[in-house]
Design a protein around this ligand. Structure first.
Ligand SMILES: Nc1ncnc2c1ncn2[C@@H]1O[C@H](COP(=O)(O)OP(=O)(O)OP(=O)(O)O)[C@@H](O)[C@H]1O
Length: 265
């Protein structure tokens, strides 16, 4: 019996060019619904590029990339997918609440929707723990608070898929813990989260992992493979931590590259 959750994202032979360089090469993987999938790998390996492809804002994408049953970037996905970039996208000259009211009005326009918008804004403020800062100017907030406003914007409308690019960068340990607790609460409510990070200890907080190195998947990939659990990854590599498992796989891949070059020389 197949008890795997259905796929929220499915990629087959996904390749992305930036300039003339293939920064993602032939990726196949799936992201299960209702789970937190961590996309991990070193700086420059292609995490942001992959997330941009999933939300449909990346050019020169070839192969198959399906999101919630539609091709990535399909207009019908706009309200169903929330995306938080690395740089917070908020208006500094508006208060936190004004920022949220503005985006809520775009998402759910019309006078009759006003009560629903007010509820939605109150909900996301509570989710990111900024209710008591609602009337502060966004420009007067700390970096971590501004990124939480960005996250709150993405939570408006309760998207089915949340794509978060390094959401915990620059946050102190308490905020990081609280944010991960929120991610788990969202997944428990049925949302799918795809979260990038280059901090390997965050991997342990994910249900599934995709490890990326130099534009290719090092672990968790394969046609319809829904990532790999942190425990399975540690067990398979005989490592104590996901970080050690990653390093083990990097060394193994480098040795395979060397052997390949040796045989083709
Ligand atoms: N406009 C561009 N033209 C060509 N190459 C680019 C361009 N933008 C980014 N790249 C390259 O694409 C690769 C992937 O970049 P990407 O931002 O996806 O990596 P990342 O894993 O998200 O890195 P980080 O963790 O530092 O944000 C990098 O090697 C980068 O140099």
């Amino acid at each position: 019996m197949n008890i795997s959750p259905p796929d929220a994202v499915r990629a087959d032979d996904l390749t992305v060019l930036r300039g003339s360089r293939a920064v993602l090469r032939g990726l196949s993987f799936a992201v299960p619904r209702g789970r937190i999938t961590g996309l991990l790998g070193p700086s420059g390996c292609g995490k942001s590029t992959l997330l941009r492809a999933v939300v449909g804002s990346q050019a020169k994408v070839t192969g198959t990339l399906e999101v919630l049953g539609r091709p990535a970037g399909h207009p019908a996905l706009r309200a169903r997918v929330g995306y938080v970039t690395q740089a917070p996208s908020v208006y500094d000259d508006l208060t936190v609440r004004q920022n949220l009211d503005y985006f809520a009005a775009i998402l759910d326009p019309g006078r009759s929707a006003a009560p629903r918008r007010r509820e939605d804004v109150a909900r996301v403020l509570a989710d990111v723990d900024l209710t008591d800062r609602a009337d502060a100017l966004a420009g007067h907030l700390s970096g971590g608070q501004r990124s939480r406003v960005s996250l709150a914007v993405a939570l408006l409308g309760s998207p089915e898929l949340l794509v978060l690019d390094e959401p915990t960068v620059g946050l102190d340990p308490v905020l990081r813990r609280d944010l991960w607790a929120l991610f788990h609460a969202l997944a428990d409510r049925g949302a799918t989260l795809l979260v990038s990070s280059h901090v390997m200890d965050e991997a342990e907080r994910c249900h599934r992992l995709l490890l990326l190195r130099d534009g290719a998947i090092l672990a968790g990939g394969g046609p319809r493979a829904q990532g790999e659990t942190p425990a399975a990854l540690r067990e398979r590599t005989g490592a104590d931590t996901v970080e050690a498992a990653f390093l083990h796989l990097v060394d193994e891949a480098a040795a395979a590259d060397r052997a390949q070059r040796g045989t083709t020389r």
